[in-house]
Write a protein that binds this ligand. Structure first.
Ligand SMILES: NC(=O)c1ccc[n+]([C@@H]2O[C@H](COP(=O)([O-])OP(=O)(O)OC[C@H]3O[C@@H](n4cnc5c(N)ncnc54)[C@H](O)[C@@H]3O)[C@@H](O)[C@H]2O)c1
Length: 309
């Protein structure tokens, strides 16, 4: 008995890295899998259907059931086709996992419109296209469904040299939370994973990451979130790295100051530092820690090398 027996799961970016590991794990736990991957290079160029086909062959060789689709998931048509394929071939869609991603690293002051758009389109719009098409079917079917997005620590913390990527990943968390609150009444859940794993994408991070693991370490958490065992879990973001699973906090107001009527700027300048103050960015601490280890600014934060770009 698998945790996903009888379920139909669509996964984007499933041809390589973490998406591939998730696809293999879902199939091994009993799901029929739709494997989407545009088969592109790290910056989103040179599409190919090879990697999606290869993962389907792997799943079938292990006795599982899968279908390959080599679409660019940033288009509405691709999101609809992914979900429609699940419905046409298997009669329903129980889970949708949005893993597809690219990197176009550049300091903000040098970033081109094309570098911005490509990253936002693949990550943020590529999650919207699938969540939109999947939720339209899930809300009408028995048992609802489970949506899983892929974010990153930099989506919460910011990034030195990947403002496009950090903005997309922050947007994905807001999209996931909106899906969670908007779809709760239809028994559709939404959660996000902020993974760290050794893949070609991680190999492009200047200075490396403080912690690391394998794509196969991330996959079981996704299987759990897709399963009925997680029926009460929605609106959550989890980091998974190696054997560690960590829950991210939800943003809340932490301190406030109130007066009758409107503040003047001069009053704020006087009162605010003592009464409310600031909440220092964790990324500043992370950069300091990585610098002490002699690894530049480290991680997706980017560093001295990145600042030259
Ligand atoms: N690896 C890490 O440490 C790490 C850290 C934080 C976040 N993430 C996130 O995890 C996810 C998986 O990353 P990975 O490290 O496995 O990367 P990866 O490069 O190994 O795999 C990404 C896959 O997405 C596919 N893809 C790219 N654009 C696509 C598109 N438009 N349509 C369909 N498929 C497309 C690529 O062809 C590739 O196979 C990404 O969303 C990434 O941002 C990874």
């Amino acid at each position: 008995m698998g945790l996903l027996d009888g379920k139909v799961i669509a996964i984007t970016g499933a041809g390589r890295g973490i998406g591939r590991a998730v696809a293999l794990a879902c199939a091994a736990d009993g799901a029929s899998v739709i494997v989407n991957d545009y088969g592109v290079s790290i910056d989103g160029s040179e599409p190919s259907s090879d990697v999606a086909d290869a993962v389907v062959a792997e799943i079938e060789a292990a006795g599982g059931t899968a279908i390959a689709i080599a679409d660019d998931i940033s288009t509405m048509e691709a999101g609809e086709r992914l979900v429609q394929t699940a419905v046409d071939k298997f009669g329903r869609i129980d889970g949708a996992v949005c893993v597809a991603g690219i990197l176009r690293e550049r300091m903000l002051f040098n970033m081109s419109e094309q570098e911005w758009d490509g990253v936002i389109d693949t990550h943020l719009k590529g999650t919207f296209t699938v969540f939109r098409a999947a939720s339209a079917v899930m809300r009408k079917q028995d048992g609802g469904g489970s949506l899983v997005a892929f974010t990153s620590g930099v989506g919460m913390w910011g990034s030195v040299s990947q403002a496009n990527y950090a903005a997309a990943k922050g947007g994905i968390v807001a999209l996931m939370r909106s899906a969670a609150v908007g779809l709760q009444r239809y028994a559709v859940r939404a959660n996000a994973i902020a993974p760290v794993a050794q893949t070609r994408m991680a190999a492009n991070v200047p200075g490396g990451t403080a912690e690391t693991g394998e794509p196969e370490d991330v996959a079981p958490m996704v299987v759990y979130l897709l399963s009925d065992e997680a029926k009460d879990v929605t609106g959550q973001t989890y980091t998974v790295v190696g054997g560690k699973v960590a829950l991210w906090s939800q943003p809340r107001e932490i301190r406030s100051v109130v007066k009758e009527g409107r503040w003047t700027a001069a009053e704020l300048a006087e009162k605010l530092p003592g009464a409310v103050g600031i909440d220092r960015l964790p990324m500043f601490e992370y950069i300091e820690m990585m610098q002490k280890r002699g690894r530049g600014s480290g991680a997706e934060a980017g560093g001295a090398e990145a600042a030259k770009q």
